[in-house]
Ligand binder design. Sequence first.
Ligand code: GLV
Length: 341
Amino acid sequence: MVNSLTLLNQRKIYVTRTLPEEAMKLLHSNFEVEVWPDEMPPPKSLLIEKVKEVDGLISLLTEQIDEEVIKAAGPQFKGISQVAVGFNNIDLKAATKKGIYVTNTPGVLTDTTADFAFALLMAVARRVAEADRYVKAGKWKVPWGLMMMLGQDVWGKTIGIIGLGRIGSAVARRAKGMNMKILYYDVYRNEQAETELGAKYVPLETLLKEADFVTIHVPLLPSTYHLMNEERLKMMKKTACLINTSRGPVVDEKALYKALTEGWIWAAGLDVWENEPTDPDNPLLKLDNVTAAPHIASGSIATRTKMAVMAAENMVAILEGRVPPNLVNKEVLEVRPPEKE
Ligand code: GLV
């Protein structure tokens, strides 16, 4: 008799990048695994070929899994397990329509991402990256400059958090520790954060006008595309800093360049970009009041491992016919009900 383990072992998955060892072990013990060997993302044409024959795909946020890729999936193809909390690179509607489960890795990266957002906030306020460049370039001549490289205070200032979900709330906890006044804007009220952290819900316009630090923690959706445009950047204080660790296209980079060079705002810290990797000729990179990072907010050794293991567990659940723990397109259960509890 063929037991279910044998059947699971016959399942094939495609993994778009080598994952940390613990996750790879879990996958190899359950499936026939093929891995894209390069550091650069696989071409879309390859994904189209793979989804025709495999049962599941483990993806990173760099893969454009659009309608064309999803339509190409064979009838055996059951799920896409993304190693990220964001999933704007996947056409969710098309997946749901086809009965394809899509999962992400929420929770495990919350504190790591919030740590980085706060690190960027502090770095921007106190010009840490600029100071590093200055000293290493041999520009430090005056032994102690009373007015040299002055920054903005953080302690006791006002933070404006756009998007008070898991990561936004974790940033708010850090801000509370820095004695900051916490304003937030979201499409949902977060009463828990209001009670526990004293976060105050305000309209976006008020947040932008009053905050010394504006930090973004929303997903990329049609409604958040270029949320920070010229009009909204102009509402910010001239001394304010903008921090983005969410998705690049939430900020209109052209408008941000104007804001930073024409003095509408003081500085920006960007971990995410409209195009990634951002072009080395991106004019924002020439500005001293921009602190740049290469989309590493969730990048601690421990967290990236947890994300990969979580993605592997999601895939095991999908191919065992269970409802995976981190299903993002819940409506898919009506199109393809789970085979098991
Ligand atoms: C990273 O940006 C993620 O969405 O996990």
